[in-house]
Design a binder for this molecule. Structure first.
Ligand code: ADP
Ligand code: AMP
Length: 219
């Protein structure tokens, strides 16, 4: 099964994907995470995309398409949540072509919709566990005990460099410019489920889960 989560930065895609991974047999593929991993490892690719990502622009299609091809050919899992991919029409077309070679197809697309003012609050308060990657928020999703990760007990946290107001504006602008064609592409295939992602995370979880149940993907 192939599911896509798209929505602007801070709309809660990663949070919801992690919930599904913790409770069902899904692999979570976030192109943002894959690219940040390359930067952390200081690979040639990481060095190439670092400044682009810091600026809030998209990295070239070819790079992300190759990354996804690599993931699909090496992963043993056949149930995937793609978070933040595809983000351009070129990526969506390349994804369809790649999936059809593997006799797979996109099963459902969740469109996370959130008001821009709320996104700013979510992004400016986001922090993550440096050890397990769990995502928190200063206002909306605090750790149970301050300074300790609920999931793995680590004391180390980090904030993303691109989670600042100036870069956020650029990220939203690029997102809005590119996503329309991607959304129409999947709407024409009748695959898009719109989600009001300004709700509390628990309510979104229920909505996503119910859609997957109704479509027969999980029980
Ligand atoms: P995305 O993957 O779409 O960029 P995240 O899942 O990382 O978004 O969420 C962005 C920030 O908002 C994080 O700090 C997260 O803890 C918080 N968050 C996620 N979902 C909600 C929600 N429904 N309500 C309030 N805060 C949320
Ligand atoms: P994210 O973690 O999804 O917020 O993505 C962080 C950054 O990674 C984006 O601002 C882009 O620079 C880059 N990126 C992630 N996914 C893609 C994609 N599918 N296409 C182009 N750039 C991407």
């Amino acid at each position: 099964m192939i599911f896509i989560f798209f929505g602007p930065p801070g709309s809660g895609k990663g949070t919801q994907a992690k919930y599904l991974v913790d409770n069902y047999d899904f692999a979570h593929i976030s192109t943002g995470d894959l690219l940040r991993h390359e930067i952390e490892k200081q690979t040639v690719l990481g060095n190439e995309v670092n400044t682009i990502m810091e600026s809030g622009a998209y990295v070239p299609d070819k790079i992300v398409i190759d990354l996804i091809e690599n993931v699909l050919s090496t992963s043993e899992n056949s149930n995937f949540i793609f978070d933040g991919y595809p983000r351009t029409l070129n990526q969506a077309l390349a994804f369809d072509a790649l999936l059809s070679v593997k006799k797979l197809k996109v099963d459902l697309v969740f469109n996370f919709d959130v008001d821009k003012d709320l996104l700013i609050k979510r992004i400016s308060g986001r922090f993550s566990c440096a050890s397990c990657g769990a995502v928190y928020n200063d206002t909306f999703m605090k750790t149970v005990v301050e300074g300790i990760c609920d999931k793995c007990g680590s004391y180390e946290f980090f904030r993303r460099k691109d989670d600042n107001l100036e870069v956020f504006k650029k990220r939203v602008e690029v997102y809005l410019k590119e996503i329309k064609m991607v959304r129409d592409f999947y709407r024409n295939k009748n695959l898009v489920k719109d989600i009001d992602a300004s709700q509390a995370a628990e309510l979104i979880q229920i909505e996503v889960k119910n859609s997957l149940i109704q479509s027969g993907f999980i029980i």
